[in-house]
Design a protein around this ligand. Structure first.
Ligand code: NAP
Length: 266
């Protein structure tokens, strides 16, 4: 039995993660947290997620909530996730992290911390999107630099970070396929008289509105043709199911940072 603590338990993702973890026969939810002052503190995690009582009260204290846990699942915010990763390191817990929106410095710090505990860190836990990462890299390497690559993503209006972590990863995958450095070729938004598109650019554009769960399109523009690769998430269950797979995979691994590519053996 794998024992799991879920942070951000009453969030959009936290609720679906609780649902699918609760359904898994080989997983036991032993703790759940929310941000200090959150209205769900003190409530039963199963009741909040609509499963019925599971005997786990939501607290704001992760060291208490994860005392018996093998794995901490974290879909919160970059600052909360980094704090939780410090605890995972000192307490010797594994982690599955889905939080996005880290700065380069925060990501470096997470990489450093995760040298000391087993951690799956993925901006998108869906199987379809992780296959899309691989296909994007392959298409970029086949089509080469004659094709202009643009990435467009759409999300709900409450999303805090732009572009999405998934769009950034798609850009990195395209850059890898071309042998380019993504940091030096990424072009975020276009505005004003900025002149012609450069040859060595990967464009990223973000659209925000309504309750859009997450849509990503990678466009390869050639002369006289355009190839598009699109993924549309219609609800959050695909991410939460990926989390269950990541939990089962990570709990007995050696310390280090892993991705869904490792979990799915792509
Ligand atoms: P959300 O609805 O805002 O949920 C986040 C929850 O975490 C909120 O309830 C928040 O409480 C809580 N929280 C904040 N600080 C905390 C702390 N220190 N301890 C415990 N809980 C804390 O957001 P979401 O849509 O679920 O997304 C969460 C993150 O996952 C985002 O970064 C998002 O981009 C990412 N995401 C990743 C994937 C993937 O597949 N990897 C998929 C979807 C979303 P408050 O509301 O009080 O701040």
């Amino acid at each position: 039995m794998v024992k799991v603590a879920v942070t951000g338990a009453a969030g959009r993702m936290g609720l679906r993660i609780l649902h699918f973890l609760n359904q898994a026969q080989d997983i036991n939810i032993v703790g759940a947290t929310e941000a200090p002052g959150h209205s769900a503190i003190g409530s039963d995690a199963g009741t909040v997620s609509g499963e019925g009582e599971i005997g786990v009260a939501i607290t704001s204290d992760l060291s208490q909530a994860s005392a018996d846990a093998d794995v901490i699942v974290d879909f919160t915010s970059p600052s909360a996730t980094l704090k939780n990763a410090e605890l995972a390191k000192s307490a010797g817990k594994s982690m599955v992290i889905g939080t996005t929106g880290f700065t380069d410095e925060e990501r470096d710090r997470l990489n450093e911390l995760a040298e000391s505990f087993p951690c799956v860190f993925a901006p998108n836990m869906s199987i379809g999107v992780n296959v899309m990462f691989e296909i994007t890299k392959k298409l970029a390497s086949i089509l080469g630099d004659e094709y202009d690559i643009e990435i467009v993503e759409a999300h709900h209006k409450l999303k805090a970070d732009s572009p999405s972590g998934t769009a950034l990863r798609l850009g990195e995958a395209a850059a890898e396929g071309l042998g380019w450095d993504f940091q030096n070729t990424a072009r975020f938004e276009r505005h004003g008289r900025i002149g012609e598109r450069g040859d060595k650019e990967i464009g990223l554009q973000s659209v925000r509105g309504g309750d859009t769960v997450g849509e990503h399109t990678v466009m390869f523009f050639g002369d006289g043709e355009r190839l598009e690769l699109t993924h549309r998430a219609t609800n959050r269950d695909n991410f939460a199911k990926g989390v269950v797979r990541a939990v089962r995979w990570i709990y007995d691994k050696s310390p280090g940072l892993y991705t869904m590519k490792d979990v799915l053996e792509l």
